[in-house]
Each structure stands twice: as structure tokens, then as C-alpha cells.
Design a protein around this ligand. Sequence first.
Ligand SMILES: *Cc1c(COP(=O)(O)O)cnc(C)c1O
Length: 385
Amino acid sequence: MIPYSRQDISQEDIDAVVDVLKSDFLTQGPLVPLFENKVKSHVESKYAVAVNSSTSALHIACLSLNLGPGDWLWTSPITFVASANCGLFCGANVDFVDIDPRTFNICPQALEEKLIAAEKEGTLPKILVAVHLCGQSCEMDSLYSLCQKYDVKIIEDASHAIGGKYKQQFIGNCRFSDITVFSFHPVKIITTGEGGMAVTNDEDLAKKMSLLRSHGITRDEHLMTHASDGPWYYQQIELGFNYRMTDIQAALGVSQMQRLDEFVSKRNMLASRYDRLLSKLPIITPWRHPDNYSAMHLYVIRLKLNGKNKTHLDVFKSLRKAGLMVNVHYIPIHTQPYYQRNGFAGVHFKEAERYYQEAISLPIFNRLTYSQQDKVIKLLHQVLE
Ligand SMILES: *Cc1c(COP(=O)(O)O)cnc(C)c1O
């Protein structure tokens, strides 16, 4: 069986985790700040806040930007549900902007048209969550100038995209956004088991997110309403959560960061091999925008089965039957029953729905061997020819 994605854990990674297990601190020790420093210096952001998942990072990112009831958050319909749910967690309304069929990311023209309409209706969003699907950055210069014009904050959901670049610079430097979030789930580029991080260049946002990650509690006397009662004293000054990352997880993250560039270049090598060896099939291989160096989290092909007496489901089932754990990323969020019950019945996003009819994610990960990849390629030829 060949999965679509899989972690790569080395002996060094294991040793790093074992060292923490033998140390004084399993959580809230020195490894979390070390991991934060590694990530922020790699992506060239000023601040980093490690948390227990990217979902948590999205939640505290929205709260720190003061998203609340009556506000709107917009994102892509083609993403994991967490990119939209973070708006609902804050009591805000969520809506979607259709995708560009070539990049699978939010379409700048669709965004512009929707902003113009929303301005007339007085329903402009407070936040746009720009999802870098498959590891390829959105067209951030266009999204940024539109969001500047309409006073919309940007969160980059870079859960797929650590190690990728946009216009020669690492995704996460927040040049075109307020906050960027990463995921370290085992299927993503690097892993901490579960884990996430929010990076930003804004000191106030970083402070707010740090507070929210741990119950809204501070030990910093400058933030307290009166002088400290004594060495034991802390104050709860916001309503926060327990979204902390452990030192066990951070140790794995620090160790994995050493191989980030290697992981991303291997994924790009595998992707160009797919591009070349699948070029004769009735599919569209993923187009890469010239502004991008994709982290290549996913390699999504779109089936073009016109005239073939086979469906997307037939092809998917044949691949699964042959031991390929292909997948579909993603089911358009507005078609999920929860969203259907909450305002999206009868609402359509044409390009997103068309994408869903055609998309299949092929295996791509650091430990995928060329002979395994050849097997995937051979199978696709058998199924599609
Ligand atoms: C995986 C993922 C998330 C959620 O990440 P977790 O760390 O599992 O919470 C959010 N957005 C996107 C686009 C993802 O792929």
C-alpha cells in the first residue's frame, strides 16, 4: 500500500524526543521557544507562537484580530474545514470566494467582484483566510492590494506550505499578511505529531496570541491591573485556552526543521517526474505559477474523461483497489451538511464544484521511492488508457 502522504522520522528525530522524555520538562521547557526561533528565523518573521494544532493557531489568530459576532470571514471553499471553522468559533459569519481553476487557490478576480458587491451591501469581511493549497502560494500581491483597499486583514493558511516560496521569499515572512499559520500534522511537510504555529511581524498580535494559547494568563507585571501579590501570583486578563505545544512535540519539530529544505526539494523532484511521465494521459497536471516555489504538499491531478466511459469514482476505486491510497483534497466546504444547514443550501461555487468532480491527490512524500512512483505512473496508464 502506498499512502498519499507520510511522515519521515529519522533516528535523530527519535533521539531528540527521547532526550526530552529524560529531562525535567515535558512541557513549558526550553524546546518550545527553541522551535519557535528555528521556524521564525527560517521563514524570516519577527514573532512565532507554537500551539497544539494549526486549527488552534487559526482560532487565536482570528481572536487576536478581534473577529467576533457580526463580522465576516472569507476563505476558499477548497480547503480543510478548519480554515473556515475558525470564523465560526469566534461567532462570526463565514463566506467563500471561488477558486482559480489553474492554481486551485482563491481567484483574485472573484475576490474583487465579491468585495465590490459586499461594499454595497455593507457586508465587507474583517478577515480573508488565504489558503496556499498543495503548498503553492496564493497570488498574494493581488490579494494584498485588494484587501488594503477594502481594509480586510489577511491570515495565510500555510498548513501545506512551510518551506515554499513566493517571489523568491519564504512563505511565512508575512510581507502580504497579518499572520501566517503552519500545521505539523504527520501528513504535512514537517511534523510534531500534532502541532501548529502562528507567525507574525506585529508585536501586539504575537502577545495577544501568546496569552490566548494559555488561558489568557500572564505573569508579566506590566500587564497586570495592580502590583503582583508575590512570586506565586498571576492574573487572567483574557479568556484563553490550553492550546500549548509540549516540549516533546517541539523537540521533534526542531529536529525535523533541519531537513525541511531537503523534504521540499525531494517533493519538487517527485513532482517534476510526475509532470514528465504523466504528460500523455487525459489529465491536467498541477500548474505552477511562475511566482512560486511550491512546498508540494499535494500533487493533485484533474481528470479529463470526456469521451471515456469511466467516471472520477471509477478511476479512484481502481487506484485504491491496486493499493494506492489516493485521496481527494478537498470536498467543497459549503457542501458539508453543517454548512448546508447554516445558510449554504442552494449556494454554488462553480469552479470549486467542478474541481471536486475531477481532482485526485497522488502519493507524494519524502520517502516515496522512484520505483514506488513508477508503480503509481504505470497504474495510472493502465486505468486511464
Ligand atoms: C491540516 C490543515 C489544517 C488543520 O491543521 P491541524 O494542525 O490538523 O489542526 C488547516 N488548514 C489546512 C489547509 C490544512 O490542510
